[in-house]
Design a binder for this molecule. Structure first.
Ligand SMILES: Cc1cc2nc3c(=O)[nH]c(=O)nc-3n(C[C@H](O)[C@H](O)[C@H](O)COP(=O)(O)OP(=O)(O)OC[C@H]3O[C@@H](n4cnc5c(N)ncnc54)[C@H](O)[C@@H]3O)c2cc1C
Length: 374
């Protein structure tokens, strides 16, 4: 089940089978002159069924929303063997409970998605990408506000990069090209996609000049070619790879309200410093309020030596996230590893309603047992 069955530029919809890889779906949309904007590092191998089941996020959520926002309908086999036929092409359909939204993000616990209808977007005529240094996360957020006033909805990605992440890349992937001669403490990767007659390069130049004037940035590189754009994204994608090579004690995928984010980062680091002399690599989808807040051993020490600290670190970070109105899982879901976190931080009425739905649809617990529920 890996076929793209239809791409319809009039409906602005494509119909795909669940086993189609994300990359093949992006390519089919491009062939029809349209854009399917979901984009993540695993796009060459992950399948749209998995993207839907995990409500995957990725780098373009800021502009286009997560997978949920890109899906109009699903076909699924329910635990009792019935087939839900809901391959809707409609933008408006107010006919009771939304079973599509129930299946999206259900992590395979309510049924097997077999096909989906996906919403397409216009391809931006001009795309520009830049890396800017920023003083701190608060300056990065101010730069995002400035970018919004210049480019409006044209900002498709706004990624925070930490100097610690650049150090990890330099240490573990020495052939990687570093864009700044002096390693900054913080930087952002900004991408804009604009309609015809609006220059992406001019927009990024305006952002840099105004950001410089406001004291938010003091250095930047605007990609001059598709090759250079790809290089910037490669650097961003090398950060998780470098993290893997260094070896985290514990990784967090957290979401916070944008207004809390700049305050959260140093407060979290202070709490972690009380536990031990750990290194924190804090990076991620700043525009979505989604941080990958990963904690590493001191230089030269293996992560295994600090296994006993893992729970304390996780508790310190997730407690602070809860206190500041955030979520312990922004885009990586609950799976089996985080069921205890859902029990601890989830709203009890939400969890009991989820259990009621699970036992109504899957009374024998045959769908992905162990996921979501402890
Ligand atoms: C290198 C890398 C980078 C990533 N980057 C991001 C990122 O930036 N943002 C993000 O959100 N995620 C990211 N992810 C995780 C991402 O969510 C998954 O890679 C992807 O969305 C899941 O698709 P998959 O086909 O790999 O699913 P799998 O891993 O095979 O399955 C994921 C879950 O979905 C269920 N499932 C799979 N198919 C179906 C189906 N047809 N019907 C019902 N349930 C199903 C499975 O049971 C499982 O619980 C990344 C992963 C990797 C490896």
């Amino acid at each position: 089940m890996n076929t793209v069955r239809d791409v319809d530029p009039t409906d602005n919809v494509m119909l795909v089978e669940a086993g189609a890889t994300l990359q093949s779906i992006q390519a089919a949309a491009e062939e029809a002159g349209r854009l399917f904007p979901l984009s993540l590092a695993s796009e060459g191998t992950c399948q749209i069924g998995g993207n839907l089941a995990t409500n995957a996020g990725g780098v373009n959520v800021l502009r286009y929303g997560s997978t949920r926002a890109l899906c109009l309908g699903v076909e699924a086999v329910l635990p009792n063997g019935n087939i839900l036929n809901n391959l809707s092409r409609l933008r408006k359909d107010n006919t009771g409970y939304d079973l599509r939204d129930l299946l999206i993000g259900s992590e395979g616990t309510l049924g097997v998605i077999t096909a989906a209808t996906l919403a397409l977007s216009a391809r931006p005529a001009d795309v520009g990408t830049a890396l800017f240094t920023v003083r701190d996360p608060a300056a990065a957020l101010d730069l995002l506000t400035l970018a919004r006033s210049i480019a409006g909805d044209g900002i498709s990605a706004f990624e925070l990069i930490h100097g610690v992440g650049l150090d990890f890349v330099a240490e573990t992937i020495p052939e990687a090209r570093q864009p700044f001669s002096e390693r900054p403490e913080w930087a952002v990767l900004v991408e804009v996609g604009l309609p015809d007659a609006v220059s992406a390069e001019q927009c990024l130049t305006d952002l840099f000049e105004q950001g410089l004037g406001a004291g938010l940035t003091d250095d930047g590189v605007i990609a001059q070619s598709d090759g250079q754009r790809a290089e910037f994204w490669t650097l961003r994608e090398q950060i998780p790879e470098a993290n893997k090579r260094i070896g985290a004690i514990v990784s967090h995928d957290i979401a916070l309200p944008l207004g809390q984010l700049a305050d959260f980062i140093p407060r979290g680091m202070a709490r972690i410093a009380e536990i031990g002399p750990f290194r924190v690599n804090c990076f991620g989808h700043l525009g979505d309020g989604n941080l990958h807040y990963n904690v590493f051993p001191p230089l030269g020490k293996p992560p295994g030596a600090f296994a006993a600290d893992k729970d304390r670190i996780e508790r310190a970070v997730h407690d602070l996230v809860r206190d500041m109105g955030g979520s312990f899982s922004a885009e990586h879901g609950v799976g089996r590893f985080k069921t205890h976190e859902l029990d601890r931080y989830g709203d009890p009425v939400k969890i009991s309603t989820m259990r009621t739905l699970k036992s109504a649809l899957d009374p024998h617990g045959i769908m992905n047992p162990g996921a979501l529920f402890s």
